[in-house]
Design a protein around this ligand. Structure first.
Ligand code: G6P
Length: 610
């Protein structure tokens, strides 16, 4: 969703905010803007379109002039992307400017009330109501006006505020949306994500729900909802700035694909000691696991797809029934859960609104919750009973790659650990799986060698003009094909469908005609002959088949038009290696089609609204 940055210090705010906004562009990129206080007045520059346009309008950050400012990059929810709907929004007296991420659910009622009082609105956004309401509530003390504002607005938000009457300060509040305070020397920041300020500071404070932060160049004051001053602890983020930059790669997505050996190493290595798995001390007692009647895995998008891979793995090795659900469905299904079900919540960002709501619901119903999350200190990480960080590092491309494979790796760790405690799998088999898991980074490195990548690139170019692609597989290959189809859809705009291969004959096969491309995943030896028949059913209707197979199943090449072999591995962990092939395939199809790979149309990386 939208990205917020704010600065107060001794330097000119605009260039700092511009570079921060570029780091936040993954959160939304249909318009952007900034407001800066200069000579007691608020100057605003904003533009529809990508941040490049704002960069032009601000003359590369030379204007507006001033050392206190707020900036915003937008993903439209209320009102089309346009100059006037872009943030910041300014109050009618020009004294307040605000940037907002989230949704003000009661904005219509508030707007009507303000209009009755003579306020006029320029935009179609829910956010403008915040600026006008602040103007209405201001009686000389900005912090008090903000407290009154919080009593009136409903919904989810993080908000950055400038008040021309306090020209050296900026203010911030949040609820169900991320916002951090960056602590510099003689300067301070607000940001939706610490990546936006990490080139200036590594010290951050997480603003609590309902708290108000008042920042000046030399100090930050925090207030609770009753305006009592409160102390807050800071934490250090040791991410290297280069990890949030492209470092020579044409796109963040390609960089992140290449970071997977390191990312997966960081997920698994610290947790495997002498062949034994320690999940950061998370304690699963055998008596607790014996009491479980099942596990629920909940997530959205690719996190949900990772969950389906996890379901196969955990059911197979732990003999526990696993239900994998989309968070947006789970939260309105009155889920049957309680202390006899473990809920595993998966989210790269740790802030997806539906997933956060699912976590809260599962907790409320008495289920123990374990979050698999990448972003440290994110809402889901903080609220879950236990958290297993994936340590994938910053992921900037909207289409997740290392975020997904590290989630799968974390689920494998969990499955092996639970199977060991439950005694549902022999020790020897668990050791084999642990070894296979630790070998994955090496195998991905093999896949990232020029020759291997080159062969995928050639096939991707060859098939880049197809308008409809099917992905088929069985078992865990079906789970992997869901993610492969999503990757292609997201970044190349090619319509792609994943199908359980056995389902093809129940309808979809009617869509196969001469040349229709089907990617068939064939890594499960036990299901080889079944896949062989499914592939022949496609070929006999003159469809084109590209197989992604394990070495053991490479004889499938005689039935397919092309084949990519994944490195030799245990069938149970193949989805990670298949994912790398399908990510590269989608990437090069999108590149050939000249698509905006890191920022596909209509998408945002972090979806903080329902
Ligand atoms: C968005 C992203 C997807 C991601 C999903 C869940 O839709 O575009 O790539 O899988 O959100 O995000 P999360 O941060 O919860 O894993």
């Amino acid at each position: 969703m939208c990205g917020i940055i704010g600065y107060t210090g001794k330097r000119q705010a605009s260039p700092i905010m511009l570079s921060g906004l570029k780091r936040l562009e993954y959160r939304g990129y249909d318009s952007s803007g900034m407001a800066v206080i200069h000579d007691g007045k608020i100057d605003v520059i904003k533009s529809e379109g990508k941040i490049k346009k704002l960069e032009e309008k601000t003359d590369g950050g030379k204007k507006p002039i001033g050392t206190v400012g707020i900036g915003h990059t937008r993903w439209a929810t209320h009102g089309v992307p346009s100059d006037v709907n872009s943030h910041p929004h300014v109050s009618r007296d020009g004294d307040f400017a605000i940037v907002h991420n989230g949704i003000i659910e009661n904005f219509a009622a508030l707007k009507s009330e303000l209009m009755r009082l003579g306020y006029t609105f320029k935009s179609d956004t829910d956010s403008e109501v915040i600026a006008q309401l602040l103007c209405h509530l201001f009686k000389g003390d900005a912090v008090k006006a903000i407290r009154e504002l919080l009593k009136k607005i409903k919904g989810s938000y993080s908000i950055g505020i400038l008040c021309a009457k306090t020209p050296d300060r900026l203010y911030a509040v949040r609820k169900d949306n991320p916002l951090v305070i960056g602590l510099g020397k003689g300067e301070n920041f607000i940001a939706s994500d610490f990546a936006a300020a990490i080139e200036h500071t590594h010290d951050f404070v997480l603003l609590g729900e309902g708290e108000i932060a008042e920042l000046s160049a030399d100090s930050v004051r925090y207030y609770d909802a009753d305006l009592n001053l409160i102390e807050k602890d800071s934490y250090t983020v040791d991410w290297d700035i280069s990890r949030a930059e492209k470092s020579g790669y044409p796109h963040f997505m390609l960089k992140e694909i290449y970071e997977q050996p390191k990312a997966i190493t960081d997920t698994i290595r610290p947790r495997i000691q002498n062949g034994n798995i320690d999940l950061d001390g998370i304690d699963f007692k055998k008596s607790y696991l014996d009491s479980l009647i099942g596990v629920d895995i909940v997530g959205c998008g690719s996190a949900y797809h990772a969950g389906i891979v996890g379901k196969h793995f955990i059911e197979k090795h732990c003999r526990l029934p696993v239900n994998c659900e989309l968070a947006s469905e789970y939260i309105y299904s009155d889920p049957i859960t309680g202390s006899n079900r473990l809920t595993v919540i998966i989210s790269q960002s740790g802030e997806t609104a539906d997933t956060l709501a699912a976590l809260r619901l599962a907790k409320k119903k008495g289920s123990r919750t374990l979050a698999i999350v990448n972003v440290v200190q994110s809402a889901i990480a903080r609220e879950a009973d236990d958290v297993l960080y994936t340590h994938a590092g910053p992921e900037i491309a909207v289409a997740t790659t290392k975020g997904y494979t590290t989630q799968v790796a974390a689920l494998y760790l969990l499955g092996i650990k639970l199977a060991g405690i439950l005694g549902t799998e022999e020790g020897k088999r668990l050791s084999e799986l642990t070894t296979e898991l630790s070998l994955l980074p090496e195998k991905i490195s093999e896949q990232l060698k020029d020759e291997y990548v080159g062969s995928i690139k050639t096939l991707a170019k060859k098939y880049s003009n197809h308008h409809c692609v099917f992905f088929i597989g069985r078992g865990t290959d079906y789970a992997a094909s869901l993610e492969g189809a999503l990757k292609l859809k997201e970044i190349s705009y090619v319509h792609a469908e994943a199908y359980a291969a056995g389902e093809l004959k129940h309808g979809t096969i009617s869509l196969i005609e001469t040349g229709t491309l089907t990617l068939a995943l064939v890594t499960q030896s036990a299901l080889f002959h079944k896949m062989e028949s499914n592939i022949q059913a496609v070929s006999s209707r003159h469809g084109t088949v590209l197989a992604v197979a394990s070495k053991a199943n490479s004889k499938i090449s005689s039935d397919a038009d092309g084949m990519i072999c994944i490195p030799e591995c245990d069938d149970d962990v193949s989805p990670v290696l298949t994912a790398v092939v399908l990510q590269l395939f989608a990437y090069y199809v999108a590149a050939k089609r000249d698509c905006d790979i890191d920022q596909p149309r209509n998408l945002a990386k972090s979806v903080t609204v329902e």
